[in-house]
Design a protein around this ligand. Sequence first.
Ligand code: GLA
Length: 381
Amino acid sequence: MTPRLNVLQGFQDQYSEKPRWITRSPGRVNIIGEHTDYNAGFVLPMAIDYAAWVALKPRSDRLVRVTALDKDQTSEFSLDDLSKGQGDWQDYLIGVAWALQQEGFELNGWEGTLAGDVPIGAGLSSSAALELAVARAFCLASKLEWDPRRMALICQNAENHWVGVNSGIMDQMVSACGKENSALLIDCRSLETRQVPLPDDIRVVILDTTTRRGLVDSTYNELRAQCEAVACHFDADALRDVSLEQLLDSAGLLNITLYHRARHVITENQRVLEAVQALEKGDGESLGRLMNESHRSLRDDYRVSREELDQMVEIAQAEPGCFGARMTGAGFGGCAVALVKADLVEDFEYNVPRKFLRKTGLEPKVYLTEASNGTSFEEIS
Ligand code: GLA
């Protein structure tokens, strides 16, 4: 059953009527621009056709009651009494309510069902998808205007200050603002976006190693702090403002770990801008080369890859028709992304998982995806 049908039917079973609205917000895969967003840099993700969905009807009071169908759990809380630590998905739900109220929005209660098909923990932003689908639901129930950029920032605030992960703005921005058939260049300082169409003869393939790693949040927060320390060394607002020349000149003054981290971020920002040019020319070869370089930089300088990701990337890169491949998302486990010639994608999808299984003993998952639109809703009754 599709998640759309799931929330619709789940709602009908629970409330014996149709929902008023259904909201949807997608996960994402990042084509290039990793660990650059919290350095005020550039990213080039696309929204995928895996998403979080909510079916809802408004209430006349301030109670929120949501059933997560995949978990068979219900969360019920009053908008006048928000408390932390409800656990996983509920923290995102309550966190979004908290962040909207922090912004001064007057919220109404609602009730409904929630489901999704973004793989959890795979680095495809299931949490941003959930946040934005929930934010859309709050805006409908409370008759609030939908401004995707502002909502992305509010959801990031929920993630940073309610859930406690110091993530950048990429995931929420692309979940909110993604466009069909396109990647989205995001300037993470100004939040300006540019739609970059994906050529018909190029496919984006997501390769899930199925490895997951704990303690990602604390490592991520530490990486971010290290980048800020280097920016501070240069008296800059963010690493975006530091050039490669400046970094090279100061090589001897920085601790080697910090130097490598900064080198990744600075070169990665440049790669994103070159990747946009390549994509706009339909030049898969150049884009693929930049993705390969990005992986090397994440593995050797930023050090957020792991053996299974490296193996997946190597297998993909060696396959006919593959322009390039790299780990995607925060790292430490999860997925790689590959750019593949459309006419060879079936062989690619067949061969890569088998070779990976033979090499690692792990059964990977492959997600072939189109670029999808950002947060949306439909009126049901
Ligand atoms: C996670 C974060 C993003 C971004 C990536 C790394 O997905 O949520 O903000 O920093 O890691 O590029």
